[in-house]
Design a protein around this ligand. Structure first.
Ligand code: DP6
Length: 350
């Protein structure tokens, strides 16, 4: 019998696309990255997660999760359960955090398609669980008990590194600091400073064969990793200057080089890790030729998967999407743009 139920809260967390990548960890158990990264928070690609805590006086239940509003509830996977128990101990420092969680979650985009579902997923889960355990209905309620966005980001990071950047909006800088405790995640520019479009081209919808966690672990086997880490601070400063001056060509040139460098590390790791597929190469060759011919102004980046993200001006986005659909009718295109950070609200009726 359920003896106590908390209010139901809903967290909405956006995905993010890294312009300067997080690839390789100095401490895998803490998700302490080898280098700083910088991302753009998205708007339409989101995870929407509701949570409610309940306590059964007879038998303490285990957390349950359903995927999609009509999904059937099942036990939370072990890795996520470990994260939730770690999170519970952190939240408990700010008051009590009791009860098993009933969680419902869905993404507005297909998973494993090159959009970071673990980023938005863990950001939304962290906020929903924290809200359910504390009784907070909004981020302002959380701030009143000493849980601000910086803390939520630090917690979400333990679930998946890139999730920490989805708590904030605009352009987000994750600083590695000199020690795991010295990390900091903050918004360097707001969405309104420079809204840009992100066209995600699904050239290949098969799930990736090597998880990013496994890929991170291989990064330092590549001889390219040490020079990459040494060069990144200057590249990040250059990226910030490009955003400050709203110079898309400069930004585009940096992010393409950055994505190709990360994929070169992947391809020269042991075991070799290839996320590119044949359609990726074909699409990128077309993009380059079109740009050189002066037909479009868009630059790509790629995460740990085959699907390019094209960064362009919002006013050019629809015409570029039309061009892609004409040339590659089989590739779905998701049109997204710079967005704000994650939100928390009580679900209607509570
Ligand atoms: C290529 O955050 O998925 O998308 O911390 O092991 O969960 P874990 O890794 P994850 O790595 C993301 C890698 C990337 C680049 C990036 O988002 O910065």
């Amino acid at each position: 019998m359920v003896s106590r139920e908390s209010v139901s809260v809903r967290a909405v967390a956006p995905s993010n696309i890294a312009l300067i990548k997080y690839w390789g960890k100095s401490d895998a158990s803490l998700n302490w990255p080898a280098n700083d990264s910088l991302s753009m928070t998205l708007h339409h690609a989101r995870s929407i997660t509701t949570a409610r805590a309940w306590t059964d006086a007879q038998s303490p239940g285990s957390h349950r999760i359903s995927f999609g509003d009509a999904g059937t509830a099942s036990r939370v996977p072990e890795k996520t359960t470990r994260f939730l128990e770690w999170l519970r101990a952190e939240v408990a420092r700010h008051g009590s955090a009791t009860g098993a969680l009933d969680i419902t979650t869905r993404n507005t985009f297909p998973s494993s398609c090159g959009i970071a579902s673990s980023a938005s997923g863990f950001a939304a889960l962290t906020m929903a669980a924290t809200g359910a355990w504390t009784g907070a209905r909004t981020i302002a309620d959380l701030e009143n008990i000493g849980i601000d966005r910086a803390k939520l980001a630090a917690w979400a990071r333990r679930g998946s590194g890139s999730a920490c950047r989805s708590i904030h909006g605009g352009y987000v800088h994750w600083q590695r600091g000199a020690s795991p405790a010295g990390q900091n995640v903050s918004s360097a520019f707001s969405r309104d400073d420079w809204p840009l479009a992100d066209l995600i081209v699904l050239v290949d919808d098969k799930a990736k064969h090597v998880s990013s966690s496994e890929g991170h672990a291989r990064a330092f086997t590549s001889l390219l990793m040490a020079p990459r880490v040494a060069a990144l601070p200057e590249r990040l400063r250059e990226t910030v200057r490009a955003i400050e001056s709203r110079d898309l060509e400069r930004l585009g040139t940096i992010i393409e080089g950055e994505a190709m460098e990360m994929h070169s590390v992947m391809m020269t790791s042991t075991p070799r890790t290839d996320y590119f597929s044949e359609p990726t190469t074909r699409f990128l060759a077309w993009l380059r030729a079109e740009r050189v011919a002066g037909n479009l102004n868009a630059w790509f980046t790629l995460d740990a998967g085959p699907n390019p993200h094209l960064i362009c001006r919002p006013e050019d986005s629809a015409a570029i999407a039309t061009r892609i659909k004409k040339e590659f009718p089989a590739f779905p295109v998701i049109e997204d743009h710079t967005g704000n950070g994650a939100t928390l609200e009580a679900v209607d009726g509570h």
